[in-house]
Write a protein that binds this ligand. Sequence first.
Ligand SMILES: Nc1ncnc2c1ncn2[C@@H]1O[C@H](COP(=O)(O)OP(=O)(O)OP(=O)(O)O)[C@@H](O)[C@H]1O
Ligand SMILES: [Mg+2]
Length: 439
Amino acid sequence: MPNNLFSKNILPKSLLGRSLLIIVTPLVLLQVVSALIFFETHWDKITRRLATGVAGDIAAVIDIMRREPSPEGRAWAARLAASTMGFSITFHDQAILDSVTTFVNDDMEKNLLHALQDHVQKPVRIDATSLERHVIIEVQLPDGVLEVVTQRKRLFSSTTYVFVLWMVGTSLILFAVATIFMRNQVKPIRRLAIAADNFGKGREVADFKPEGAAEVRQAAQAFLAMKERLQRQIGQRTDMLAGVSHDLRTPLTRMKLQIALLEGADGAEELRGDIDEMEYLLEEYLAFARGEGTEKQTETNLNNLLRDATNQAMRKGEAIDLHTEEQISLPIRPNAFRRCITNLIENGLKYGEHVAIRAGRRAEFIEIIIDDDGPGIPEDKREDVFRPFVRLEASRNPGTGGIGLGLSIARDVVRGHGGDIVLGESPMGGLRATVRLPV
Ligand SMILES: Nc1ncnc2c1ncn2[C@@H]1O[C@H](COP(=O)(O)OP(=O)(O)OP(=O)(O)O)[C@@H](O)[C@H]1O
Ligand SMILES: [Mg+2]
């Protein structure tokens, strides 16, 4: 749509650009319209009147000269013209004009010519170019040529240019002032956007203060209140879980000790297995419920993190192909993120034989792809498996163990960093898990 194209390509995207446009467009329009009106009517009228004045004066001089044709009379007329009209007059006796003005260069000459034709009604020659500040007007009289030199400013008002200069100058100043003010208004909005973005990515929102216009400050305060509430909730959850975990671990340890005393007794081995499983379940559940946790984000080298996680998994004798396209370093919570990657690798190895990991920078995010050659997950189940304690029927055999928290934890961690995990089909035949983190 052309309309769409217009708004996409020509209109500025930033708030600063748009608000300046809102100020400047009417300003320019107003000035153009007023300048046009001024030039069309006022200025034209003024030059015409000035020309009429000069032509009238010249006609008066000619009249006087006709009455006083003697040389003394003419000299007196010239003196009179010089003192009262600002003309300097010379009379070339018996001379004849070699050319007559018919062609004019500009409005001033046109108006002057018209005025002379109206008032003097004799052949004239106008020379506005030979002298810088004066205009020479020659009039053919019956007995010679009358040469009148008059100041250009009697015919032309330079205040017009001054007017235009003032107009352009003041609007430039206004534009500069508006830019400065608008930029100051936009700054707090931009800072709020950055703070909200950082918070969404799980990063620290350092010393953010609400400032700016009332509405912006209100939005910033609402954001801060929301952030406080969320952080308080997370804190409460973590505190409660720390308590639960402590309370449960103590009896479990006690049970373990008691089993050790029951050495060799019937069922002691199974009991120990059950207790180990309970411990594992507890750890997993705590890890999930801790979620955001209290770990701080730190600048982490992703290549090292992926290598460590891979090496650890390979220690169990599995084959993993790790390929990182370049050195990537970004702020993340290293322990939580490593847990996420480990969970995905473990799944790959548990449900498939081989795992391949690929990591690289894309336009707006960092992408980590984990492929395996297992059975994969049918498309309609790919969202379900992210729910806690969801395991697919096929994998519900004791050999693969697991409680169905791995993917929930992984997604929780990645979303806590402002990213997401999506599942898909791997070219290796199994599942492809794609982790995307904002940069
Ligand atoms: N790479 C994979 N290939 C095929 N199925 C998978 C894969 N990863 C996960 N699944 C399916 O998704 C279910 C949920 O995975 P999830 O990691 O959340 O739990 P889990 O592996 O069963 O247990 P754990 O909590 O020990 O990780 C699994 O039970 C399995 O059925
Ligand atoms: Mg798992």
